[in-house]
Ligand binder design. Structure first.
Ligand SMILES: [Zn+2]
Length: 285
C-alpha cells in the first residue's frame, strides 16, 4: 500500500500567512511592502468605518478596497467594529451580513473570513458566524507555535508582530520537522507600525521570510480551502488511486519520495497513470 502524506503546494512543508485588522490608511504601505516581497495576507474590515476619521490614522475609502487588497483576502470584522458578545443575536447577525454585503459588492467574491473585534467571542458567537456563511474566525490570542488550526472558529496566531517577531521568524526558518506541516501566522494592525515608528521591523520580517524557498505564502482563506480540498479527496481503500472533486489542486507526498499534484477534478492512479477530464497522461511515480 502506498503511503500518502499531505504537503502544502509544490511540496512545501511551511506556510506563512498574515491577518491585519481595521482597514486604516497604513494598510496602503503595508500592502506595498507585502507585494514587493511576495507575502500574502488577510485584511479584516468594518465597512461602516470607510472614510471615517480615526483616533490615530483615518480609515481607507470604500472605492479603493478592490484595488488595494487585490491579491490578498478581504475578510470581516463586525460592520461597525462592535464587540460580538455585547449584541443581541439578531443584531450580531445583521452586523455580519451587512458587512459581508458591502464588502462583497466591492471585491466581487464571497467574504468568508472573520476576526473577532477586541478578540472577544463565545461558543454562541462561533455558531452564529457559521450560520452567517463564514468559514473561519481569528482570535487575538497568540500561541507561539507553528501549528495548523484545530478549530477554524478559534484560530489563534503564532504571534503579534510586537512579540519577538524576528526571533520567531528565525526559529521558523530553522525549524526542521519534515513529518509535519508548519504555519507561521502573524497578526496585528498596520497602524501600529506607524504609531510605534517601526516599519523597519515589518520590512526586515518581509525580507527575511521572502528569501526562503520552501515556504508557501497564502491568505487565510487559501489555507482553509487547501486543507478542505485535502479533506474532500477520495482515496481508494488501498491508496491505489485518489480523486479530487474540488477546484483546488492538492500536493501529496507518495511513499516519502514522490511528490504528486492531484489537480482539480482529477483522478490520479498511483501505478503511474493520470486520468483527467482532458484525457490520459503518464506521470512518473
Ligand atoms: Zn479591530
Amino acid at each position: 500500500m502506498h503511503s500518502i502524506r499531505l504537503t502544502f503546494p509544490n511540496g512545501c512543508r511551511k506556510a506563512v500567512t498574515l491577518s491585519y485588522d481595521d482597514g486604516k490608511e497604513s494598510d496602503r504601505k503595508m500592502i506595498q511592502l507585502m507585494n514587493t516581497y511576495g507575502l500574502k495576507g488577510t485584511f479584516n474590515l468594518s465597512a461602516e468605518k470607510f472614510s471615517q476619521k480615526g483616533s490615530f490614522l483615518d480609515y481607507i475609502e470604500a472605492k479603493e478596497v478592490a484595488a488595494l487588497y487585490n491579491g490578498h483576502e478581504v475578510a470581516c470584522h463586525t460592520y461597525n467594529h462592535a464587540t460580538t458578545t455585547l449584541l443581541p443575536k439578531q443584531e450580531l447577525i445583521s452586523e455580519i451580513l451587512a458587512n459581508r454585503t458591502v464588502l462583497e459588492n466591492l471585491v466581487h467574491y464571497p467574504v468568508r473570513g472573520f476576526a473577532y473585534p477586541m478578540g472577544v467571542f463565545s461558543e454562541e458567537v462561533k455558531n452564529t458566524l457559521a450560520v452567517c456563511g463564514l468559514d473561519y474566525a481569528r482570535t487575538t490570542r497568540t500561541t507561539n507555535r507553528f501549528d495548523l488550526p484545530n478549530d477554524l472558529f478559534e484560530w489563534s496566531a503564532t504571534c503579534h508582530h510586537n512579540e519577538d517577531l524576528m526571533e520567531r521568524t528565525n526559529a521558523f526558518i530553522l525549524r526542521d520537522r519534515p513529518t509535519v506541516l508548519s504555519l507561521f501566522y502573524l497578526w496585528g494592525h498596520s497602524y501600529e507600525f506607524e504609531e510605534q515608528n517601526n516599519w523597519a521591523l515589518f520590512e526586515a520580517f518581509c525580507k527575511k521570510i521572502s528569501g526562503q524557498k520552501d515556504i508557501w505564502f497564502a491568505t487565510n482563506i487559501e489555507i482553509v480551502d487547501y486543507l478542505e480540498a485535502f479533506r474532500r479527496l477520495y482515496f481508494a481503500a488501498d491508496n491505489s488511486f485518489v480523486v479530487n472533486p474540488s477546484n483546488v489542486a492538492v500536493s501529496l507526498l507518495v511513499n516519502e519520495n514522490s511528490l504528486i499534484s492531484v489537480d482539480a477534478n482529477e483522478t490520479v492512479f498511483l501505478n503511474g497513470v493520470v486520468c483527467s477530464t482532458e484525457g490520459l497522461e503518464e506521470t512518473p511515480i
